[in-house]
Design a binder for this molecule. Sequence first.
Ligand SMILES: [Zn+2]
Ligand SMILES: [Zn+2]
Length: 189
Amino acid sequence: MDISIPNRRQAQIVAWLQENDTLTIKELVARLNVSAMTVHRDLDKLAADGLVRKVHGGAKLVTAEAASGETTVSPSCVMCNTAVSPRTVFTITLDDGRKETACCAHCGILRLSQLDGVGSALTPDFIYGRMVNVFRAWFVVGSDAQLCCVPSTLCFARNNDAQKFQQGFHGEVMDFTAVQQYLIQSHMN
Ligand SMILES: [Zn+2]
Ligand SMILES: [Zn+2]
């Protein structure tokens, strides 16, 4: 594995936040056995990627609810109008700060093809559940695992995970550009 130490630490922080909601800097320093400055640097990096939010003296995970604004009702998909599950939620932030939510990568990627001025687009890694930048992610399209729209479009941060998943559940591994073209075409037919 070529994952560097800071990356591994940051992945660990995200994993802990998925279990704990909020962690203080002090707790992270103790758990990771690094300096507070290192923890701050890791959190700044994760915050820049849109994965965590720094709160007073600690950090919180950017959850599906937080990412889609302070709304109390769970949003419905901007494309197909079905209820959005946190397992597959796809969040688009536009350059002007507006946010849109799609039910899964299938609808989200189609929606991206209709939009200009997209700032970021995030969806959970299918295995690890942490939010990933969809433009750098890998997708398994048309596998046997159907959670939402068909063809099923599942997101993976690492190509290797996508390949392994594909071996068991079939479908095809694609990068963002390929999957977008594929979905646009399958919708026109
Ligand atoms: Zn949808
Ligand atoms: Zn969907």
